[in-house]
Ligand binder design. Structure first.
Ligand code: PAF
Length: 281
C-alpha cells in the first residue's frame, strides 16, 4: 500500500492509472478509522480497479470552538486497517499541501447548507464542499463513497457534483451501527461509559419515530415533540435539532404523505452526535 503525502505525487499516481484506462474509487475520510469506514472501503474495493482513500483532518470544516485540535488521530492503526480491506493507496496530505499560503478559493453550496447542522456550524459545509472538490480534482475518482450517517453532507456533495458537472459518481453507504444501535463515529471515542449508554437514545428515538409513521401518524410536529421529550429526559443529552425533512431538498415537512428523513443532532456531555433515518410511510 502506498502512502502519498504530496498533491503532485498523488496526481502522478492517478495519471499512471488513467493512462492504463483503469478506474478509481475514492473513500474520503478524516482518519481514526472504524468499522463504518472499513465497510465503505470493502464496498469501494468491489467497484473499481483501484481503491484510494484520503486521510485529512480538514481544518476549514471546523468552527473556532470545535474539536479540530483534539480530533482523534492514529495513522499507524489506520494504515493497518486500510491495508486489511484492500486499500491500495492512502492520500495523506498535511494542511500546507491542501491550503498553501495565499489559498483563497471556497465552494459554497447554497440553501441546503443553511438548515440542520449548517444552522449551528455556519462554515462547516463550505469547508466540506471545498475539500471534497479538491480531493476530486486531485484523485479524479470514477466513484466516491460517503456514509449516510452524514446525511446532509451527502446531499451537499451530490448537489455540488451535479451543479458543477463533476465527473464522479457519488455512492451512498448505509449507516453502520454498533450492535446496540449507536451509529459508528470517530467521535464516539469521547463518550464516558455513562454517556455511551445515554447516547443510545438517538437511535431509540429514530426507531420510535419510524414506528409512529408506520402506524399512520402524519403530523411532524407531534412526532418531533415526542422524540424531543424522549431525548430531553435522558441524562446529559441536550438537543441541537430534531427535524423531519424532505429527503432531497432538506426542507422541513409538516405532514407526512411520502418518505421523509428524520435528522437529529444531540450533545451528549460535550460530544455532539448526529444520526438520521428514513421514515417510510
Ligand atoms: O465525513 C468526513 O469524514 C469528512 O467530512 C470528509 C467527507 C472526509 C471531508 O473532510
Amino acid at each position: 500500500m502506498e502512502i502519498i503525502r504530496e498533491v503532485k505525487a498523488m496526481k502522478a499516481y492517478v495519471r499512471s492509472i488513467r493512462n492504463k484506462g483503469e478506474t478509481i474509487c475514492l473513500v474520503p475520510t478524516m482518519g481514526y478509522l472504524h468499522e463504518g469506514h472499513l465497510d465503505l472501503m470493502r464496498m469501494g474495493a468491489t467497484m473499481a480497479d483501484h481503491l484510494v482513500i484520503s486521510i485529512f483532518v480538514n481544518p476549514t470544516q471546523f468552527g473556532p470552538n470545535e474539536d479540530l485540535d483534539k480530533y482523534p488521530r492514529d495513522m499507524e492503526r489506520d494504515e493497518k486497517l486500510a491495508a486489511s480491506v484492500g486499500v491500495e493507496c492512502i492520500f495523506f496530505p498535511d494542511a500546507s499541501q491542501m491550503y498553501p499560503d495565499g489559498y483563497a478559493t471556497y465552494v459554497n453550496v447554497e440553501r441546503i447548507t443553511q438548515s440542520l447542522c449548517g444552522a449551528s456550524r455556519p462554515n462547516h459545509f463550505r469547508g466540506v464542499a471545498t475539500v471534497v472538490a479538491k480531493l476530486f480534482n486531485i484523485v479524479e475518482p470514477d466513484f466516491a463513497i460517503f456514509g449516510q450517517k452524514d446525511y446532509q453532507q451527502l446531499a451537499v456533495i451530490r448537489r455540488m457534483v451535479n451543479d458543477l458537472n463533476m465527473n464522479v459518481k457519488v455512492v451512498a453507504h448505509h449507516t453502520v451501527r454498533e450492535k446496540d444501535g449507536l451509529a459508528m463515529s470517530s467521535r464516539n471515542k469521547y463518550l464516558s461509559p455513562d454517556q455511551r449508554r445515554n447516547a443510545l437514545v438517538l437511535h431509540k428515538a429514530l426507531l420510535y419515530a419510524f414506528s409512529l409513521v408506520g402506524s399512520g401518524e402524519k403530523s411532524s410536529a407531534k412526532i418531533r415533540e415526542e422524540v424531543m421529550d424522549m431525548i430531553a429526559n435522558t441524562p446529559e443529552c441536550v438537543i441541537d435539532y430534531v427535524e423531519i425533512v424532505d429527503p432531497d431538498t432538506l426542507e422541513p415537512v409538516e405532514s407526512i404523505y411520502a418518505d421523509v428523513v428524520m435528522a437529529l443532532a444531540v450533545k451528549v456531555g460535550s460530544t455532539r452526535l448526529i444520526d438520521n433515518m428514513t421514515l417510510e410511510v
